[in-house]
Design a protein around this ligand. Structure first.
Ligand SMILES: Nc1nc2c(ncn2[C@@H]2O[C@H](COP(=O)(O)OP(=O)(O)OP(=O)(O)O)[C@@H](O)[C@H]2O)c(=O)[nH]1
Ligand SMILES: [Mg+2]
Length: 321
């Protein structure tokens, strides 16, 4: 693949499911290549088709195993599937992480599956910036479903929710995981709850706890969607068809109820906001290197100007560029 490939060529080839073109486009958006804008513009007409499914849950709960099993089940239905494994703690990117590579190797030679790991550490705003662009690439490449796996570390769970049409929260029996999830507000964002490792003791208890806690929450949400609780043994593929069924039901409900449009509208708003903030930061950075920031600061120190008024002046310079 030469550097001279035009963006339009890459997009055409991605649509013909050329994995190298897909990988190249994702790298371009991830590295904020100078051609990022061109890529975004070229992708825009082909996006909006894929169902974006976020999978989240504590480390080791079985997200990658479940993702891999879901890919197999969806491939049997003839769907094209994209997988984005987002690791907010890792600086490594590009190839799959070792463990995931092992779990995903069944799909490595399948031309209907695109798998990509992304590291978001060091990205300003974490998931909010690079991941939606990678999603657009997979969407434009004709994926029917894109599965986004994120390790559950606080904020990233909430971020994956804002990306997804459907959010799946995985919980393992015991360890008070269900209660922890309720405390962290994660149950509220779950469209589908999966109790994985149902081969372990305590699965019934966890399902009961979750059902009870969901019933408490139902009164306040007012939504006509009631999050189902599905039991799985992902490592043996058990219950995976039930998850696929729940995903299909949720997708249908989303389009019927208008919730899909509402979520996508919010998602686009958040995306525009993130890009704008990034641009403002960059321009303020430019201002720092020779603009009027030092002068404004002097006047604040001297008591001639309050910091809010100074910020207004700085914003005026930034936005007039
Ligand atoms: N007993 C049992 N083990 C499982 C099941 N599903 C996954 N595992 C095992 O649990 C371990 C962790 O699974 P992963 O799929 O890597 O979990 P993960 O949530 O992706 O982990 P991180 O990405 O590190 O957060 C692996 O050893 C799996 O084989 C299950 O249903 N039952
Ligand atoms: Mg994993």
């Amino acid at each position: 693949m030469s550097r001279q490939d035009t963006v339009a060529d890459l997009v055409t080839r991605a649509q013909d499911s050329d994995p190298r073109a897909v990988a190249r486009l994702i790298s371009m958006v991830e590295d904020a290549s100078p051609r990022l804008r061109e890529v975004a513009a070229a992708l825009a007409p082909y996006t909006g088709r894929a169902q974006v499914v976020g999978l989240t849950g504590s480390p080791g709960v079985g997200k990658s195993t479940s993702t891999s099993a879901l890919v197999s089940a969806m491939r049997r239905q003839g769907k094209r599937v994209g997988v984005l494994a987002v690791d907010p703690s890792s600086p490594f990117s590009g190839g799959a992480l070792l463990g995931d590579r092992v779990r995903m190797q069944d799909h490595a030679t399948d031309s209907g599956v695109f798998i990509r790991s992304m590291a978001t550490r060091g990205h300003l705003g974490g998931l909010s910036w690079a991941t939606p662009q990678a999603l657009r690439v997979l969407d434009a490449a004709g994926c029917d479903v894109v599965l986004v796996e994120t390790v559950g570390v606080g904020q990233s769970e909430i971020e994956v929710v804002s990306l997804a049409d459907t959010t799946v929260v995985l919980i393992a029996p015991g360890m008070g995981d269900g209660i922890q999830a309720a405390k962290a507000g994660i149950l509220e964002v779950a469209d589908i709850l999966v109790v994985n490792k149902a081969d372990r003791d305590g699965a019934d208890q966890t399902v009961r706890e979750l059902r009870y806690m969901l019933s408490l929450g139902e009164r306040s949400t007012g939504s006509s969607w009631k999050a189902p609780i599905v039991r799985t043994v992902a490592s043996r593929g058990e219950g995976i068809d039930d998850v696929v069924g729940a995903l299909d039901e949720h997708r249908d409900w989303m389009s019927r109820s208008g919730e899909r449009e509402r979520r996508r509208q919010r998602r686009a708003e958040a995306e525009i906001e993130a890009i704008t903030l990034e641009q403002v930061r960059t321009r303020i950075g430019d201002v720092r290197g020779g603009g009027n920031l030092p002068e404004l600061a002097k006047r604040v120190v001297a008591g001639e100007l309050d910091p809010y008024a100074a910020a207004d002046e700085l914003m005026a310079t930034v936005s007039s560029r």
